[in-house]
Write a new protein. Sequence first.
Length: 177
Amino acid sequence: MRGRDLRLPRELRGELKRPLGLLIRGEPRETMDALRRFVEERAAGILISVGDVTSRNIIRAGLPLKVAVIDNRVMREEVEPWFPKGWREFHVRNPAGTIRGEVWDVLEEAINLNKGAVVIVEGEEDLLTLPVIALAPIGSVVVYGQPREGIVVVEVTEERKRWTLEFLERMERGGGG
């Protein structure tokens, strides 16, 4: 998958509508309290978020976020760029419904930094949850938003990585634009 542009075919979209991990329902205060407990109980890996609202809520809650993958859009509406001072900034292009081959190296570099990193996506970041899970160290926690419901918390395990890599193999080659 690395280095190849992938496109999500229509027949696989339904599989991604289901949460890839634990769905925590509620308002941000409730979901962040639950996430704090989840992270404290596991404390093994790093915390990574995908999505603007989720990333911002994690930072506001004071949780130890290491990598945020954002596109400066919320529900398809542009929002003001933001991220903590001192974080390393990466930029990547990734059209909707795709995972561009070049994204892998950028995500890997951000994940392997020893300080906070923000990956700003021109296009859409939703599908980048998949390479983030594939690249994150075992024991890490990946969080993304489930619109109008709450957040999804994915504990990175060998089993979750295997499912993710198998799903990525089923995506169509090309289409990165």
